[in-house]
Ligand binder design. Structure first.
Ligand SMILES: [Zn+2]
Length: 296
């Protein structure tokens, strides 16, 4: 299996979720072994995607370097990762990735329009060799060895429209588009009001967020999937785990995980050399390779 980039530049203008300002985003092809790189065109600063550049995970995953930052990157990264793209430059003229409809489907449509280009270099992946876990009270995120890529998530909210939800997602691009990509971000009205009072969530509205009050869901068209909330948590986790810099071969399991716990998990995996092995997909046992390849 070979590395991938996109075939041509593709451009989009939208608004950021938190600051609510207009931002132009251009996705550009990059050469082999370049990785995923953000570029703030207004500041002339490049920020490589890696755990060391993560500077905040409170409300969204934020990368920063040299006084420049890029925020709310996880939904875009989730789609880029699902498409198996290894090398791409994301040019932004402001600090937030456009929020689109709060899910990843808009980015999938952009990538479909740009087209996928197979490159010459072999594709590498991180195969998990040992279980690694991060705990925070009863919340946890964990990776376990497996020859597939699986995301298994459970949430439990004391709210009648959510309650306990569980979803097990076996990765393939088609399954991602069908089961995960359309799941939107969500927030509680009280929380949204508080965030607005401190100058955040300014771009958030019912067209890019599921909003809940005490009695139910405010969006008049309701949900897109029965377990849309937990599916969105998987969408986020796929984006956050892509900060490892390579596709993950293993099973990710979480109860009530967050951007913060995902970030700690990526750091802990990379800090333990016996926890993972970087594999060239060509050099893996034929059977496993075939299994992974047919997933893509
Ligand atoms: Zn999200």
């Amino acid at each position: 299996m070979k590395q991938r980039t996109i075939r041509k530049n593709i451009e989009l203008v939208g608004i950021g979720l938190h600051k609510g300002v207009s931002v132009k985003m251009v996705l550009e092809p990059l050469s082999e072994n370049s990785g995923i790189v953000f570029y703030r065109s207004d500041l002339g600063v490049s920020i490589e995607l890696c755990p060391e550049n993560v500077i905040d995970t409170t409300l969204a995953t934020v990368l920063g370097k040299d006084n420049a930052k890029v925020s709310t990157i996880e939904h875009l990264l989730s789609a880029i990762h699902a498409y198996g793209i290894d090398n791409i430059r994301i040019v932004l003229d402001n600090e937030e990735v456009p929020i689109m409809d709060g899910s990843a489907i808009g980015y999938c449509m952009l990538l479909d329009e740009a087209g996928i280009l197979e490159q010459n270099a072999d594709k590498k992946a991180i195969a998990i060799k040992k279980t690694i876990e991060i705990n925070d009270g009863e919340k946890f995120v964990r990776v376990e060895p497996s020859n597939k890529t699986i995301f298994d998530f459970t949430i439990n909210f004391d709210h009648q429209s959510i309650k306990e939800q569980h979803y097990n997602f076996i990765y393939s691009l088609q399954a991602y588009k069908d089961e995960i990509a359309r799941a939107r971000t969500f927030g509680f009205l009280q929380e949204v009001n508080y965030l607005r009072s401190i100058g955040l969530a300014k771009g958030g509205n019912l067209s890019n967020c599921i909003v809940l009050d005490e009695s139910g869901i405010l969006n008049k068209d309701g949900l897109r999937y029965k377990e849309e909330f937990v599916r969105h948590k998987i969408l986020d986790a796929i984006g956050d785990m892509s900060i490892l810099g390579m596709p993950l071969i293993g099973t990710y399991v979480s109860f009530a995980g967050s951007h913060k716990l995902n970030h700690f998990l990526t750091k802990k995996i990379l800090a333990e050399s016996e926890a993972y092995e970087v594999v060239t997909l060509e050099s893996q046992a034929k059977e496993e390779q075939l299994e992974y390849a047919t997933q893509m």
